[in-house]
Design a protein around this ligand. Structure first.
Ligand SMILES: Nc1ncnc2c1ncn2[C@@H]1O[C@H](COP(=O)(O)OP(=O)(O)OP(=O)(O)O)[C@@H](O)[C@H]1O
Length: 333
């Protein structure tokens, strides 16, 4: 097999891999299940995710990336290697170039760990890129012209807001409020209001099935099961979209404030472009019902959800590998 360029979105919630000529070939949760005493890896990705909250004492399902940082880099490395091997790693005839989008604020030690993991999986050259840039390119925005483009990438651990022009980030901010925080807030709300304990998988399911952040958004409800904190017994409660909106209010306000702060720091010429073109939402959080409408009202600019928002970053990595001369992808040594 010939050498392939590989783009990787190493996300807090999901890892996606793009292989040149084949498109997005892997998309799995960033979860690793290990045996706690021996640290032996039992499962990686989807299979490990099914174990979250359901493991016996000697097995733990770990999310090695948390809040947009690498919480456990030994496990991150094992996970990255396992995924690269899964898409053909060791069978490559010549070693591929790999471009990785990692959380925005990782340290140089973490960058080195990522590079070594990619190299050990067979990479010839390793590049690291900023997530909002890849997200914007993957969303189809032409960021190489001298005009303002604004992207808000709402992932699992972080929301990255950036204004880009001439191929680079002009103003940006990254806040640790995104999909995982939404899930945690739903859990907290249900615990306080109903004295009901639910797991993070149930909480995410509520967000996906009936969640909304807009008053004129979804109006649905679902039965949720969990453990009654008072009696300790399993119970069922009917939960409504409007309650999800209440639970998520503070988090969504923080994201909107983050976007406003970036707009306030943006040079006026670029702001004028953003008024015309609007703000593009990427990442899984972009799919939260009513978020686009609410942001549009608050920021007073059009807000557009990118096509296939969860794959913008990984698609962007593929496009950047095709144009390495244009982008400033940082080559790791
Ligand atoms: N339809 C949906 N509505 C609301 N949230 C959704 C939807 N689909 C996915 N999500 C959320 O999107 C998040 C994952 O998004 P994504 O894969 O873009 O994150 P990531 O790249 O792994 O994270 P990060 O960029 O922070 O490292 C999860 O929290 C998930 O619950």
């Amino acid at each position: 097999m010939l050498s392939k360029d590989i783009g990787i979105d190493l996300g807090t919630a999901n890892v996606s891999i793009h292989v040149k000529g084949r498109g997005v070939v892997l998309d799995e949760p960033s979860v690793v299940a290990i045996e706690s005493d021996s640290r032996r890896v039992l499962a990686v990705g989807e299979e490990a995710h099914r174990m979250v909250g359901r493991t016996p004492g000697n097995i733990v399902a770990i999310r090695p990336l948390k809040d947009g940082v690498i919480a456990d880099f030994e496990i991150t490395e094992l996970m990255l290697k396992a995924f690269i091997e899964r898409v053909g790693g060791r069978t490559w005839f010549s070693r591929p170039r790999i471009l990785i989008c990692a959380p925005t604020n990782i340290t140089s030690v973490e960058q080195k760990a990522i590079r070594e993991a990619a190299e050990r999986s067979g990479a010839r050259e390793v590049y690291l890129e900023e997530e909002p840039k890849a997200a914007a390119i993957g969303a189809g925005m032409d960021i190489f012209q001298p005009s303002g483009n604004m992207v808000v990438d709402i992932g699992g651990g972080t929301t990255d807001v950036a204004v880009l022009s001439m191929g680079d980030v002009v103003t940006a901010s990254s806040i640790k409020v995104a999909g995982n925080r939404f899930d945690a807030e739903i859990m907290k709300y249900i615990k306080n209001k109903y004295k009901l304990l639910i797991g993070e998988r149930t909480s995410e399911e509520i967000k996906l099935k009936i969640g909304t952040v807009y008053p004129e958004g979804r109006k649905e409800s679902m039965d949720i099961r969990g453990r009654d904190m008072v009696t300790g017994l399993p119970i069922t409660v009917n939960f409504r979209s409007a309650e999800v909106r209440e639970a998520l209010w503070d988090s969504v306000t923080a994201i909107i404030q983050g976007a406003k702060a970036v707009l306030e720091r943006t040079p006026p010429e670029l702001s004028a472009d953003i008024i015309d073109r609007g703000v593009t939402l990427t990442g899984g959080g972009a799919l939260l019902d009513g978020l686009d409408a609410l942001m549009s009202e608050e920021l007073r600019v059009p807000v557009i959800i990118a096509e296939d928002p969860m794959h913008c970053v990984v698609k962007g990595t593929g496009m950047m590998l095709d144009n390495l001369d244009k982008v400033s992808g940082k080559k790791l040594r």
